[in-house]
Design a protein around this ligand. Structure first.
Ligand code: HEM
Ligand code: NAG
Length: 543
């Protein structure tokens, strides 16, 4: 993490001075909140919060209360929120005050260009309006046959690969390949051909390594607005090539590779549509993929409403990333949990087999895939307890007061009911920790119990009014910046599990698996030389 501190020291020092000055002027309102001790004036708690083994630290923070103070660079005080009412204000009610933090926008823009995540206000609304219909149930319905076909390709690829002696394979690798194919075909109308025999997986391998490579240096992104203000992108890229910072160079190479591929796909799509020769693009997802629809709508709309190429292109890069790492992480987690609990796996297989028997060779419909109660519960429970994206960041862009549902006890013993927030206040939206709140979910909140979804939820859940778009949880957050693709993701997981549960049995491997904390959670083998490489070995047998 610190290999680039050298070059940034000066900028950092200036930034620190400015921050220090602000702090002296604005008396922090957070001072009275409980929180972990500050181990370092320079980096605060950032090292504890942003590392692959940070999960217990986040848990520790959440146990201190529903609104906790943590420290950033140079004594900067940030807020770690798990309180549902406060988060309702941050994500929904006062969303325009709590924007995605400027550093995040900057990272997003550097990595992916001008996509949805990198836009604010009116531009965001416009982009979102154009994309929304493509994620509606009506549109997803039309994708079901393609989704099932990809699941069949995954089944066939797995069957080919487990013919070896001990049947142990890296399940994450296959979940990643499948997820890339899903967003490729369902989202971009382009097949990465990850599931074909002898496929070239340079793209998926690069893509898989991007977020783990960026995560540990992400806090340094507070420098980005300063760096991009003084250094042009072209010069910056050249600089990264000659500077002795392998982490940065690695990120740049991955980004370049992804960028090149995306440009190629984008140009290809656009040309076919402009030429109007339907056949070529109809063969992939019958021209019903998100990007083709978006391109067509964009080309057909008035000049003034049209999204420029760079925005269209940004959407594409962003979609790949938002969809791919997250869903493969979720799928891998589900298979991991099912391998640890054979009784739930058997029960789920039974439920799914009944439908296979009933349908024979017929592809299940959207409604049929959504009519399997245990399948639905397994997905809900896994996403609740193990949110693939454990937290997101927001920054207040003006002063505002937000209420707490659960009052918290200040250091001086007073009870705090409301939080006065200052402009520029940084906020951690504690997704996973909010999902595990035992005051809401009961004493078994931290246990994986799919069956809790088969009975009516306790009043404590419904009363809490959790501001999430999905299933009383924050996994896809809520409000106008909620995950646009949660139904896409859910459908994808259902199609894959429908196919895999029917054909295979999943059992744990001999290796001990740990899940690394990050922008997106990722499994790896404990104690192995390549512990930092995401992997999930598992034993698979054909039924
Ligand atoms: C289990 C899988 C997924 C999880 C856990 C997940 C989670 C999230 C979260 C937490 C955000 C908010 C990020 C922030 O505002 O800081 C988000 C945004 C987003 N997600 Fe997902 N996501 C998943 C799958 C998908 C899929 C499959 C797609 C696309 C097909 C997608 C597309 C997006 C987009 C475009 C945004 C940005 C929305 C905006 O800023 O308006 N996601 N997702
Ligand atoms: C598997 O899950 C079921 C249902 O939640 C639970 O009753 C059982 O104890 C679990 N078994 C194991 C081995 O964890």
């Amino acid at each position: 993490m610190f290999d680039i501190i050298g070059i940034c020291a000066l900028v950092l020092a200036l930034w620190g001075l400015q921050k220090f000055y602000n702090r002296a002027v604005i008396k922090s309102v957070l001072r009275n909140l409980p929180g972990p001790s500050n181990p370092s004036f320079i980096v605060g708690n950032l090292k504890q919060l942003w590392n692959a083994d940070a999960f217990p630290f986040h848990q520790e923070i959440a146990d201190m209360g529903s609104a906790v103070k943590v420290h950033g660079f140079f004594g900067d005080e940030q807020l770690y929120l798990t309180d549902p009412r406060a988060l309702h204000h941050v994500l929904v009610k006062d969303q325009e005050i709590f924007e995605v933090s400027a550093n995040n926008l900057e990272i997003s823009r550097l990595l992916w260009g001008n996509g949805l995540v990198a836009s604010l206000g009116e531009q965001h609304r416009r982009q979102r309006k154009m994309l929304n219909p493509l994620f509606s149930p009506a549109h997803l319905r039309t994708l079901v046959p393609v989704f099932i076909t990809i699941a069949e390709q995954l089944r066939d690829a797995l069957t080919r690969h487990i013919s070896g002696s001990d049947n142990e394979i890296d399940v994450l690798e296959w979940c990643s390949k499948a997820a890339l194919e899903y967003i490729g075909i369902g989202g971009l109308g382009y097949s990465f051909e990850t599931l074909k025999e002898g496929a070239n997986n340079a793209y998926s391998n690069s893509a898989k390594n991007l977020l783990p490579a960026v995560f540990p240096i992400a806090p340094l992104s507070i420098l980005l607005p300063y760096i991009t203000a003084v250094i042009s992108p072209d010069f910056g890229r050249k600089l990264v090539d000659v500077l002795p910072f392998p982490t940065l160079r690695n990120v740049k190479n991955i980004v370049d590779m992804i960028d090149e591929t995306s440009r190629m796909i984008y140009e290809q799509r656009k040309q076919t549509i402009l030429r109007g020769d339907g056949e070529e693009y109809d063969q992939v997802a019958n021209g019903k993929d998100i990007m083709t629809t978006l391109l067509r709508a964009n080309l057909a709309s008035d000049e003034k409403d049209r999204l420029p190429d760079d925005q269209m292109f940004g959407q594409m890069n962003l979609l790949i990333f938002a969809a791919y790492d997250t869903t493969s992480s979720a799928l891998a987690r589900i298979l991991h949990l099912l391998s640890d609990n054979q009784s739930v796996q058997d029960e789920l297989r039974h439920e799914i087999k009944e439908m296979h028997i009933q349908l024979g060779d017929v592809t299940p419909s959207y409604d049929q895939l959504n009519s399997l109660p245990l399948l639905d519960s397994v997905i809900r429970e896994t996403l609740r307890l193990y949110a693939p994206v454990p937290f997101v960041l927001r920054t207040a862009c003006k002063d505002v007061v937000i209420p707490l549902r659960t009052p918290t006890i200040g250091i001086d013993g007073t009870i705090i009911h409301d939080l006065p927030i200052r402009k520029n206040q940084g906020i951690f939206v504690g997704i996973t920790m909010a999902n595990r709140n035992s005051a809401i979910w009961g004493p078994d909140a931290a246990e994986w119990k799919p069956h809790r979804w088969l009975k009516p939820l306790p009043h404590s859940v419904t009363d809490a009014r959790i501001p999430g778009v999905y299933s009383n949880q924050l996994t896809f957050i809520g409000g106008s910046r909620a995950c646009i693709g949660f139904k896409f993701s859910e459908l994808e997981m259902k199609a894959v599990l429908y196919m895999l549960m029917h054909n295979f049995k999943f059992e744990p491997s001999k290796s001990e698996i740990i899940w690394k904390f990050g922008t997106v959670m990722a499994p790896s083998v404990k104690g192995s030389p390549e512990e930092s490489t995401p992997r999930l070995p598992m034993k698979i047998t054909v039924i």
